[in-house]
Write a protein that binds this ligand. Structure first.
Ligand SMILES: Cc1ncc(COP(=O)(O)O)c(C=O)c1O
Length: 411
């Protein structure tokens, strides 16, 4: 079949570097810290299977019929209640069910951005959100980050200079760094959003997964006058294959998102929504989330211990209090993309940091996922990674040409 001529827009959308890397790292012989995969042993498979069977049994016709764009009412009510417990007061009508929070990002961009509009993002930021904003032909203004998240003290200047249409951030256990926005910065961000009337997209897929430190309120809970849209998902607490996320915002904003969603996919899978709502009637969700927290906390500790043991002086890394990732910066000017082929020879993988930057990438950093491997394999993988790093730091090996076959296309 002849290929179709693509839109100009498609020139701007780069294939996700992570997806390309995952094609290599999904090889069974590779010990991968590359993907953002939750631990599959934490999926409540039996409970979901039972809930799906009951859904087919008792409400099969309704579950298989077209349904409303807003989402299944009992599920929206459950989410509104859960959000209230997490500090964000919202009515069920303010909750829109989305096909994963990734769709939430897309819908928000669709309703807020015109070509040429500026989006403020953290540096580095979640790669697939950058991809969405590029698709809507937005430009970027970046704000740096440190161990306490976005440098909100730099934001006011950027707001004045760039007049952005949107500020996008992952305040809690950020992807890729694992860092969390400090309370004072949350308050300052909410205040700035209210004063400047600039919408903030608070993307929070990881907020439930805290294993140390004190809980913090969502930014959206801090300032009622600020136009904040909040996103979350069941991807990291139940299972990503369900593709159920949600957006919470002011009634009018949720209405616009609903119209945009109608055009995108009519509605999120009715079967999945009804089965999850049914399961949640009797499932001890808080206990389940506690188990995931304990599991990931142990894995984070295993990775921090292994890094301290194996990595050379001068390497630095973040110490996340939750989530799935940590961020390592290498000493001596080593480019993480150059380390990857050497690591693959050691049968270990990660994602180089450069693609996470909207501009001016720091090439010395890389993202490591700790949720998807047990502690003993984490220790082994970090040992292999340190060996690859030691090898690449010897000048002769660094200069050696790398076989194209082991290089991901976009790394
Ligand atoms: C920051 C961030 N936002 C959104 C998503 C998308 O999640 P979902 O599976 O809910 O679409 C991810 C997934 O890894 C993520 O890390």
């Amino acid at each position: 079949m002849r290929s179709a001529t693509l839109s100009r827009r498609m020139n701007r959308i780069k294939a996700s570097a992570i997806r390309e890397i995952l094609k290599v790292t999904e090889r069974p012989d590779i010990l991968s810290f590359a993907g953002g995969l939750p631990a599959p042993e934490a999926f409540p498979i039996a409970e979901l299977a039972r809930a799906h069977a009951e859904t087919f049994d008792r409400e099969g016709a309704a579950a298989l019929q077209y349904s409303t764009t807003e989402g299944f009412a009992p599920l929206r009510a459950w989410i509104a209640e859960r959000m209230r417990k997490r500090g964000l007061a919202a009515t069920p009508e303010q909750v829109l069910i989305t096909t994963g929070s990734q769709q939430g990002i897309d819908l928000v961009a669709k309703v807020l951005l015109d070509p040429g509009d500026v989006v403020v993002v953290e540096s580095p930021s979640y790669l697939a959100a950058l991809q969405v904003f590029e698709g809507y032909e937005a430009g970027f203004a970046t704000v740096g980050s440190d161990e306490h998240g976005m440098r909100v003290d730099q934001l006011e200047r950027v707001l004045r200079r760039s007049k952005p249409k949107l500020v996008y951030l992952v305040p809690t256990f950020q992807n890729p760094k694992g860092t969390t926005l400090a309370l004072e910065r949350r308050e300052q961000l909410a205040r700035l959003a209210a004063e400047h009337g600039v919408p903030v997209l608070e993307d929070d897929p990881y907020g439930e997964l805290r294993f140390s430190g004190a809980e913090l309120p969502p930014v959206a809970a801090l300032e009622r006058r600020a136009p904040i849209i909040y996103l979350s998902t069941f991807s990291k607490t139940l299972a990503p294959g369900l593709r159920i996320g949600w957006a919470v915002g002011a009634a009018e904003t949720v209405r616009a998102l609903t119209v945009a969603k109608q055009a995108a996919d009519l509605h999120t899978s009715s079967i999945a929504q009804r089965a999850v709502a049914r399961m949640l009637e009797s499932f001890d969700y808080p206990a389940h989330v506690s188990r995931i927290r304990a599991l990931y906390g142990e894995r984070r500790d295993a990775m921090l211990d292994a890094l301290a043991r194996e990595f050379p002086v001068g390497a630095t890394w973040t110490r996340p209090e939750g989530g799935l990732f940590l961020w390592v910066c290498l000493p001596g000017g080593v480019d993480a993309a150059q380390l990857l082929p050497q690591a693959l020879r050691e049968h270990v993988a990660f994602v180089p940091g450069a693609p996470f930057f909207a501009r001016a990438p720091d090439r010395s950093c890389l993202r490591l996922n700790f949720s998807n491997q047990p502690p003993e394999l984490i220790a082994e993988g970090i040992r292999r990674l340190a060996a690859a790093l030691a090898r690449i730091r010897q000048a002769d090996v660094a200069a050696e040409p790398v076989a194209r076959s082991v290089l991901p296309q976009t790394a």
